[in-house]
Design a protein around this ligand. Structure first.
Ligand code: NAD
Length: 321
């Protein structure tokens, strides 16, 4: 039985990945500062550890065949744009120590979760942006410390491969969303925040919601089930360079809000307020993804939003809004 460590297993993608790997027949260890918030983990073993610390990384990776490195201090644009020092410090320590501990313990394969935030700001200054190819990451100019750290950790993985023959895989996620992720408290991302605002509007009968910026900023959004399928396929492939994993259908934030309101069955008034928006436009070029994995994400934005909205409306209802 293959033994896999998932770091960040108390978080959104890590928790879903643990369940997915269990369904594939793996023995799974989860590691995180915290347990999953919304349902019990499916992991065989779950260790609550601070992975900024070397000795904890050694303990977590011991006896593992594969490591899926998803642990990170992260959140939506509000969090990322306001915590540069903390993010760069914490995530550098987590990734440097997890990678070296995995190598020290003889792990066979290592997957690093990078982000579309590595792409340079100068390629994302228009709403009608050209989809980003993997090689567009250079010359480097990520917008935030979060993206700079991801880029450095990508390079570290590539150097471990070149210098030590350590098998690393690097995936660049583009806005992953779905149930069982942060939906309130400041770390939630746009789809979850909009679902919460629209569910609250529906339940309260006050149909005005706030949107950061003018609502014309564009993104693509990828449903969580496609994300874990893509992670699994990439780990099994022999592709060793960074690879996009996301949808290539771009929508504005206003359009996203309208789609969610339609799912909720209400009309909303959008009030545009000042707030962090990130880059002006971003989309994934999936040419390489299709070539390498012979697969691209399959779940439509409408279907993913429907599943997510149903879950978040239930959370809002339970919280007493
Ligand atoms: P998340 O915040 O839900 O999960 C990250 C987990 O890491 C959290 O549970 C957190 O407690 C844990 N963590 C933080 N500091 C830790 C520490 N010192 N020791 C141990 N655990 C620690 O985020 P997510 O959305 O599941 O993201 C998973 C990975 O994917 C991250 O590396 C993130 O940067 C990357 N990513 C996510 C997205 C997205 O759209 N969700 C996009 C691009 C990249």
């Amino acid at each position: 039985m293959t033994k896999a460590l998932v770091t960040g297993a108390g978080g959104f993608i890590g928790h879903h990945l643990v369940s997915y790997l269990k369904r594939q027949g793996y023995w799974v260890r989860g590691a995180d500062l915290k347990l999953p918030e919304y349902e019990p983990t499916a992991a065989d073993d779950f260790v609550q550890l601070d992975l900024r610390r070397w000795e904890n990384c050694l303990r977590a990776t011991e006896g593992m065949d594969e490591v899926y490195a998803l642990g990170a201090d992260m959140g939506g644009m509000g969090f990322i744009s306001a915590n540069h020092a903390q993010i760069l410090h914490n995530n550098s320590l987590i990734n440097i120590h997890t990678l070296e501990a995995a190598r020290t313990n003889g792990v066979k394969r290592y997957l690093y979760s990078s982000s579309a935030c590595v792409y340079p700001e100068y390629r994302q200054s228009e709403t009608d942006v050209t989809p980003l190819k993997e090689e567009d990451a250079y010359p480097a100019q990520p917008q935030d410390a979060y993206g700079w750290e991801k880029l450095i950790s990508e390079r570290l993985c590539m150097h471990y491969q070149e210098d030590y023959g350590f098998e690393t895989r690097i995936v660049r996620f583009h806005n992953i969303f779905g149930p069982l992720g942060s939906w309130q408290g400041g770390r939630e991302k746009a789809p979850a925040a909009l679902c919460r605002k629209i569910a609250t509007a529906k339940l309260s009968g006050r149909h005005e919601i706030e949107i950061w910026g003018d609502g014309q900023q564009t993104r693509s959004f990828c449903y969580i089930d496609d994300c874990v399928t893509g992670i699994y396929k990439l780990m099994r492939s022999d592709y060793r360079k960074p690879l996009n994993l996301g949808q290539d259908r771009m929508v504005t934030i206003d359009e996203l809000a309208d789609m969610i309101a339609a799912i909720a069955g209400i009309e909303i008034t959008k009030k545009h307020v000042p707030g962090p928006q990130g880059v002006r436009g971003r989309n994934s070029d999936n040419t390489r993804l299709r070539e390498v994995l012979h697969w691209v994400p399959e779940i439509s934005l409408e279907e993913g939003l429907r599943r997510t909205y149903v879950w978040i409306e239930e959370q809002v209802r339970r919280s007493g809004w």
